[in-house]
Every structure is written in structure tokens, then in C-alpha cells.
Design a protein around this ligand. Structure first.
Ligand SMILES: C[S@@+](CC[C@H](N)C(=O)[O-])C[C@H]1O[C@@H](n2cnc3c(N)ncnc32)[C@H](O)[C@@H]1O
Length: 289
């Protein structure tokens, strides 16, 4: 999945000019877009990349196109490989949404009243330390306070952390899908570790067309912590597999991208019910009308 995101506010014309220039440069391997924040009217240039970007080459191009220095924010989207491969020994437990996420090395028992989730992350995303994951755990708690979903799906499950959270809390089967076969395997191991191996149905799929995903539709709870771009791409498919009244939890988007994602989901008949902001990251809760 993309590692970094480059973003900066620009005028609309500048943003589109830079997008055009970036898309002509295959060597930069960037996916660029221009969009407007509908709340403020501000325009942004954004680009994501699958591997660490060549910032010097990008800045040289930006200087040529924009005719001067511009400060670009570079946001790491995922726990990158260095982060993941760092010893898990250093990871402290995380408390979010009434869930207590801890690694196998943790010797302190979980506090009273929480739902413990044992995650040994290895090479998949989702130790509970990223604001997008804690935002989703918080959103799951909020949704489960007012709804009792029976058919949940977690799209982009990573370590399986969110699917496991729902399975432990509701004691019902959860479909957990990921584009990455390694994440699917890690999810299976983590589900077993947490005593919900019998409840998690892992699916290795890039989109939502997989027979298991379609065969179990419609869903009354859909969780997807991916990224703004894929979330927008997936919005028609998510709209189709969501039943009326379904809760849809979306994360992986920067605060500046929230309006664009909300607009895409509005077009598919899903309306915003709640939002959680943690540092630069927004988690949305929508409902299928
Ligand atoms: C940010 S991680 C989220 C992991 C976990 N759900 C969490 O909240 O910590 C995003 C995951 O989505 C997966 N992914 C990316 N695009 C996807 C797609 N189109 N369909 C399914 N999974 C996808 C990635 O492989 C990655 O494991």
C-alpha cells in the first residue's frame, strides 16, 4: 500500500498544473490529484506513492511548474517497513474504544472492564498504534452502543485487529478481507490467538467482487481503514453491499480529504452520522439511507 502522501494547499490552477506535470513523469511513480475542501474552498495538491518518493526530483519538478519554492507536507500513511520490523518489544499497549490492544511480550494484565486484543503485528498494518486504527476502534464502540449488527465486514483488515474487535465484542462471524495475502495469513493467526478463529472468515481479494464477499452481502456493518483514494474508488461497491440502515466506518483519510470522501459516499446514498478526528486523521461513520 502507499507509504507516503505529499500534500500542499495551492490555487486550483497550480494544483491541476502540478498534477498534469507529475502524471507525465513515470519515473516519480506518484499518483497525483487536485481537490477542493468544500468547507473552506481551499484547493490542494496531493500525491501518493507505493514506495518512498524521490522528494528531490519531485521538488525540482514542482519548482519548475510553480516557479518558486513551496513547502510540501509529507505524511507517512502506513507504519512503514522500518517501523514494522522494529522490535515489537517496544510497543506499549493501546486503549481505544474500550479495547486494549497488546503485544505478546506484554506482562501487565489488561485493566478491568476492557476487551483485550492480542496482536503480534509482524509485517501487516494494525498494531493499534496508528490514529486511523484507534479512530476505528472508537467508532466501533460508538456504533455498537446503538446498533446490534449481525453481518459485519472489514475491508483492508491488515492484522485483523478491527474484525477481531467486532468478533470479540459481538461474538458473531466477521468477513475480513485484504488485498495482501500476507495480511490474510496474519489475520488468521491473530484470530486464533484471540479465541475467535472460528468467527473470522478471511478473504484474499483486491475489491468487493469476491464470491465470499458477494455471497454474504448485504452487510449491516462495513469497516474500511484504507486510504482516501481507494475508499473513493470502492464507494459504489460499498454502497451496493450495504443494506439500508447499515453503519459504514471509513478511515485512512487525512482531515483535508474528509470532505471528498463524504461527497463520494453521499453520491452512493450514504450519509454522515459521526466523525472522529485524531491528530491529522479522520474516521467517518456513515449510514446507508
Ligand atoms: C491502513 S491498513 C488498515 C489495517 C487495519 N484494518 C487497521 O485498521 O489497522 C489498510 C489495509 O488495507 C489493505 N488494502 C489496501 N487496498 C485494499 C483494497 N482495495 N481492498 C482490500 N484491502 C486493501 C492493505 O493491504 C492494508 O492491509
Amino acid at each position: 500500500m502507499p507509504q507516503d502522501q505529499i500534500s500542499t494547499p495551492l490555487t486550483k490552477d497550480q494544483a491541476y498544473a502540478l498534477v498534469d506535470a507529475v502524471m507525465e513523469r513515470d519515473d516519480l511513480a506518484l499518483t497525483a490529484s487536485a481537490h477542493e475542501n468544500e468547507d473552506t474552498g481551499e484547493w490542494f495538491f496531493e500525491a501518493t506513492c507505493d514506495s518512498p518518493p524521490d522528494i528531490k526530483a519531485f521538488e525540482a519538478l514542482a519548482q519548475t511548474v510553480l516557479g518558486g519554492d513551496v513547502n510540501f507536507a509529507i505524511n507517512p500513511i502506513a507504519e512503514d517497513t522500518d517501523w514494522v520490523s522494529r522490535s515489537l518489544e517496544g510497543l506499549k499497549p493501546v486503549l481505544a474504544g474500550g479495547f486494549y490492544v497488546y503485544g505478546g511480550h506484554e506482562s501487565t494484565p489488561p485493566p478491568a472492564g476492557v476487551i483485550p486484543i492480542h496482536i503480534d503485528a509482524a509485517q501487516a498494518f494494525g498494531t493499534g498504534h496508528h490514529e486511523t486504527t484507534t479512530g476505528c476502534l472508537e467508532a466501533i464502540q460508538r456504533v455498537l452502543k446503538r446498533k446490534r449488527p449481525m453481518r459485519p465486514i472489514d475491508v483492508g483488515t491488515g492484522t485483523g485487529i478491527l474484525a477481531i474487535a467486532v468478533a470479540k465484542r459481538r461474538k458473531i462471524p466477521v468477513i475480513a478481507s485484504d488485498i495482501d495475502p500476507l495480511a490474510v495469513r496474519i489475520t488468521r493467526e491473530n484470530a486464533r490467538l484471540n479465541g475467535v478463529g472460528h468467527l473470522i472468515v478471511e478473504v484474499d481479494a483486491a475489491g468487493l467482487d469476491h464470491t465470499t464477499i458477494q455471497g454474504n452481502a448485504p452487510y449491516d456493518l462495513i469497516i474500511a481503514n484504507i486510504l482516501a483514494g481507494p475508499l473513493v474508488t470502492l464507494s459504489p461497491g460499498i454502497g451496493r453491499i450495504a443494506e439500508k440502515g447499515a453503519a459504514i466506518i471509513l478511515s485512512g483519510l487525512l482531515n483535508t480529504q474528509a470532505q471528498r470522501v463524504i461527497a463520494a459516499y453521499n453520491r452512493q446514498g450514504m450519509v454522515l452520522k459521526d466523525r472522529i478526528v485524531r491528530k491529522d486523521w479522520t474516521t467517518l461513520v456513515l449510514e446507508k439511507a
